[in-house]
Each structure stands twice: as structure tokens, then as C-alpha cells.
Design a protein around this ligand. Structure first.
Ligand code: HH2
Length: 288
């Protein structure tokens, strides 16, 4: 496998077997758990821990054993709360190369967390089955075409260049998703391959992140599955001060409430604890 950066491939390569990936995940009748694998030096909570390929593969293996349904691999920090170091497509590819195929062989679908069409294209060619775009198809003009050509599911996340406490964040999100869905339709991305994500912590004040979590039902009206990634994020610190690696309690609370509010997928660092919390919550519900 070579991840040397090519230009976005022009030849259609429908990812055989990829269609249905989302259906299969969502039909389990329980929330889907996406485990986070950051092969970055600077991610906000675990930067540098999994830059070494063997540590990254081992961490992915552990998350799968703990119950992760998807592994989300990112090779560029989005650092919503600081200054991310921009990474070239070649550097992103270089970080992914020793890790991606091995993780794709662990038995659960891999999503590629990138805002670059070239990186998505080569990651899909190397075994990733889902695209996770934190700019909702709106940053790289080639992204929608890549997703359509590979016929894979895409996570469309809401984002903004900067937070504005004066705006109605739910209205902003609705307008953003309408733009993303128009781009998706124009590119020929099937609607049943789309997941929406409020982008907790991205271009939002901590209060707006709380609002997004509280009003998730407003997004349910799009009729698409929702993903929520609240893991270790800064809004937790605002409510109950703690550094990123001491925010497990807040993360669990947020994800349980998100699932109760309609989220079908949660994106988390702490897979075992999240799986346990979701199972216990479901068991209590079933005991009513
Ligand atoms: N959050 C982060 C990165 N990617 N993708 C989606 N769909 N939703 C999210 O909420 C989301 C995301 C930020 O978390 P993390 O990957 O841990 O940090 P960093 O971007 O610094 O690597």
C-alpha cells in the first residue's frame, strides 16, 4: 500500500461493500461507538501518545476489544480550542501510511477524519470506509466528489471560523447543514449515506456547545442519523473545571444525554467506559 499523495483520483472506484456500512452499523439497535485514534503530535487531549505506529495500532486494537464499532483515524489536529498546526496532505499521508491498513484489518470500519479531499481519497483506497469531514464538505471543493465516487458514508460536521456568542447557534447549524446537503446532492452523494454532527466545541462558545447538546432534537428534523463528539471537550471544563484527561465524567454525561436526545453515534476517547455507561442506561430504560 502506498499513501504517497496523488491528486484526487478521477477514475471512479465505488468502494464495493462500502454501501450498507452505515445501515449495518445503525441497525444494531443500540448507539454506535466510534473510538478516536489521533496519529498527531498535537491533539488537544492525547497529542503525541499515538504518533508511534505500533502504539497507534495497539490502541486501536484495544478500542475494538472494548467495543468500538468504528475507529476514526485523524492525522491532523483540528484543535478547536487553540492554534492547530496546519499539516500538508503529504504529512497527513505520511502519518497515516504505517497505521491505516493495519487498523482497517481489525474487523470494524475505519473512518478518515480529514478536511482534505486528497487525503480522504487515498485513505479510502487504503481501506477506510467512511469520511469524517469537520468542515461538512464546505472546505475542500473536491471533497463531495471524492465521497460520491467512492460511494461511502460521510459525516457532515458543523463548523465556523470563530465563535460568535451573539448568534442563534441552532439556526446557524441548520443553515450550514442545508448548504452541505445541497453540495452533497449536487455531487450525487446518496442521502442515506449522510450523518450530521453538531460539532461540539467547533466555532462555538462553551454555552453554545451546551445548547447544541440540549437541543439536539432540532437536528433530528433533518431525518438523518446524528453523531455527537463531546469527549473531553472544553465545555466540560467550563461547567466543572478539569484538564482534558480528567473529563471522563462530563463526557459520559454528555453522551448519555446526546443519545437520549437522538444521537445514534458517539465519538469518544474512552471506549470501555462509554460502552458500559450506554449499556447500563439502556438496561435501566428496559427495566421500566
Ligand atoms: N472532534 C474532534 C475531531 N474530529 N469529528 C467529528 N465528526 N466530530 C467531532 O466532534 C470531532 C471530530 C476533536 O477531537 P480530537 O480528535 O480528540 O482532537 P484533535 O482535533 O485536537 O485531534
Amino acid at each position: 500500500m502506498s499513501l504517497a499523495i496523488p491528486s484526487v483520483s478521477q477514475s471512479p472506484r465505488a468502494a464495493l461493500g462500502a454501501s450498507g456500512t452505515l445501515d449495518r452499523l445503525l441497525c444494531a439497535g443500540r448507539p454506535v461507538v466510534m473510538g478516536i485514534l489521533n496519529v498527531t503530535p498535537d491533539s488537544f487531549s492525547d497529542g503525541g501518545r499515538f504518533l508511534d505506529p505500533s502504539a497507534a495500532i495497539e490502541h486501536a486494537r484495544r478500542m475494538v476489544a472494548e467495543g468500538a464499532d468504528i475507529i476514526d483515524i485523524g492525522a491532523e489536529s483540528t484543535r478547536p480550542y487553540g492554534t492547530a498546526t496546519p499539516v500538508s496532505p503529504n504529512e497527513e499521508a505520511r502519518r497515516l501510511e504505517p497505521v491505516l491498513a493495519a487498523v482497517a484489518g481489525l474487523g470494524v470500519p475505519v473512518s478518515i477524519d480529514t478536511m482534505k479531499a486528497q487525503v480522504a481519497d487515498l485513505a479510502l483506497a487504503a481501506g477506510a470506509r467512511i469520511v469524517n469531514d469537520v468542515w461538512g464538505l464546505q472546505r475542500d471543493p473536491d471533497m463531495a466528489g471524492v465521497v460520491a465516487r467512492h460511494a461511502v458514508p460521510v459525516i457532515i460536521m458543523h463548523n465556523r471560523e470563530s465563535a460568535d456568542p451573539a448568534i442563534d447557534i441552532m439556526a446557524d447549524m441548520a443553515a450550514f447543514f442545508a448548504r452541505s446537503l445541497a453540495l452533497a446532492e449536487r455531487a450525487g452523494i446518496a442521502r442515506d449515506r449522510i450523518v450530521l454532527d453538531p460539532g461540539i466545541g467547533f466555532g462555538k462558545t462553551p454555552e453554545q456547545s451546551l445548547t447544541a447538546l440540549a437541543r439536539l432534537d432540532r437536528l433530528v428534523t433533518f431525518g438523518l442519523p446524528l453523531l455527537v463528539g463531546a469527549s473531553r471537550k472544553r465545555f466540560i471544563d467550563k461547567v466543572s473545571p478539569a484538564p482534558p484527561d480528567r473529563r471522563l465524567g462530563g463526557s459520559l454525561a454528555a453522551h448519555l444525554i446526546a443519545v437520549a436526545g437522538g444521537a445514534r453515534i458517539v465519538r469518544v476517547h474512552d471506549v470501555a467506559e462509554t460502552v458500559q455507561a450506554l449499556r447500563v442506561a439502556a438496561a435501566i430504560r428496559d427495566a421500566r
